[in-house]
Design a protein around this ligand. Sequence first.
Ligand code: BES
Ligand code: ZN
Ligand code: ZN
Length: 496
Amino acid sequence: MQISFSPSLPTGLEVLICPVLFDKKHPEISKYPKALQELIKSALKNKQLLQKAESSFDMQLYAPRLPKGIILVSLGDVNKLKKSTVRNAIAIGIKMARAKSKKEVALYYSEELNPYARVIGEVLLMANYLVARYKTGKSLEIEKKKIMAGMTLVTSSKAAIETELRKGMAVGTVVNITRSLINDPPNILSARALAEHARTISKDAGLKCIVIEKKELVKMKMGALLAVNRASDAEEDDARLVVIEHLPNKNEKPIALIGKGIIFDTGGYDLKPSKHMGDMQTDMTGAAVVMGVMSLLKKLGIKRNVIGVAAITANLVGPKAYKSSEIITSYSGKTIEITNTDAEGRVVLCDAISYAIKQYKVKQIIDLATLTGACCVALGDRYAGMMGTDKKGMSLMRKMGRSTDDLVWPLPIHPDFEEKMKSKIADIKNTEDGYYAGASKAAAFLKFFVGKTPWIHLDIAGTAYTHDPKKYESILGTGFGVRLVSAYLEALEQQA
Ligand code: BES
Ligand code: ZN
Ligand code: ZN
C-alpha cells in the first residue's frame, strides 16, 4: 500500500476516515479543519452513540471541497486512549472504507495519534488483507477493488510519525504474507514451496538460509521428522528442515525461534474425524510465523543473534505411514514410542529443537506450534497457551502480548505430567492415555528434549486461524505471533 502525507485536507476525496476523541463527552475537534468541525458537531447531535469507543457511522456529503463520504470512528475518552482502541477503531474505519470500493481514501491523523504511529502502520495493512485470492475473473476484480491501493494521511506531524509508521507497515506487510502462507492449501503450498519461500525472504532480507533436504536428513538420522514424513510420496512433499541465520555478532549464542511446519495434518493412521480435519492446512503456522519474524529482524533493528528453524512435512496416511507402536530414534538419540500418529507436531519439533541445541548451542528457545486441540478448549481463540522454563522470558512475553494484543496465558507443566510421558519400553511416548491437560502434556514431551536451555513454548492452535475475525483480521490465518515475537525481540534489544 502506498501512503502519502498531506498537511491539509486534499480536495476530491472519496472517503475520509475521521477518528474522533472525546473529552467529558465533547468531541475533541478544535484542531480539525473548520468545515469538518461543523460537520462533526452537527452529525454528533443525534449520535450519542459515538462517545463509546470503537463505535462508528458514515455520512454522505454533497458539499464542494469536502470529501464525498466521511467515516467517523470513535476513539472514546481522550484520557483512556490506548493501543487496542486505536488498533480496533482504525481497523473499523478501513474495513468500512474498503466496503465502499473507493480509491481516494484519506485518514485524518490528529496529533493525539502521534504516539500510535507503529500501531496505525500495522493496522493499515492488517485490515486491508485480501483473503479471496483464488477467485477468478470478475469476482476477483471485485475483491481486488476492495483493497486500498493507497491512502493519504492528513497530518502536520509527518516528521514525527513517518519512521514508526513505516516500521508498522513493514510488520503489517509481513503479517499479511504470513496469513497467505497459512491459508494456502497443501496442493499449492507443498513442503518444497514453503522451503522456497524461506529462501526467497531470506535473500530479500540479506540472511543466510539453509534448506536441509530429505537425503541429508536421512544421513543426519533425523528420525522423528522423517517418521512423520514417511507417507508423503511426492518429492515436493519430502521433509525439509529450514534454518535461517541472523548472526551479526561473533561468539554470541543465538536465540532460536522454532516453528511447527505441518503443511497438512490428516492425523495419520489415527485419522482425524472430518470436522477436525478442516482447516488443517493451517498446521504450518508456527513455521510461517518464524519465517516472518526472521524477515523483519533487520528492519526492526534487532542486533542480537537469532536463528529460525522450521520442521516441514505433511502428516498423511498411506502404506508407508508411521504407525502407533513404532519406536522412533530421534535426532537427539532418544527413543520415542509412538502412541498416537496425530500427535505429530511434538515429534517433528523435538528434532528441530535438538538440532538448534546441538548445532548452534542456543541460549534460549522460543517455539511456536499449533500443537493441541486441548489448548483451544482451554483458551479459545483469544489467548495462546504459554509454557516453558524461562520465567523471566515468559513474563516479558506476556507483557508484549498485552502490548500487541497477541495475548498469551500461562499454563503449567507439572512434574507429574513429565513422569506420565515416560514410556515403559522407550525413553518417552508421544501421548499419554489420559484425556486431561493435553496442552501441558505436549509441553512436557518437548521439555524432555529442551533440557536446561531456557525455553518458552507457545501453543498457538487456538489463535492461528479464525472463523470469527477480530476488527483487524480476516477469516482463516490471523498471523498471530508475528507481532508478538517481533515485539518481544525488540523489547530485549531495548534492555541491552
Ligand atoms: N494440529 C493438531 C492440533 C490442532 C487442533 C491445531 C485444532 C489446531 C486446531 C495436532 O497435531 C493434534 O492433532 N493434536 C492432537 C494431540 C492428541 C492426539 C494428543 C489433539 O490435540 O487432538
Ligand atoms: Zn495432529
Ligand atoms: Zn498437527
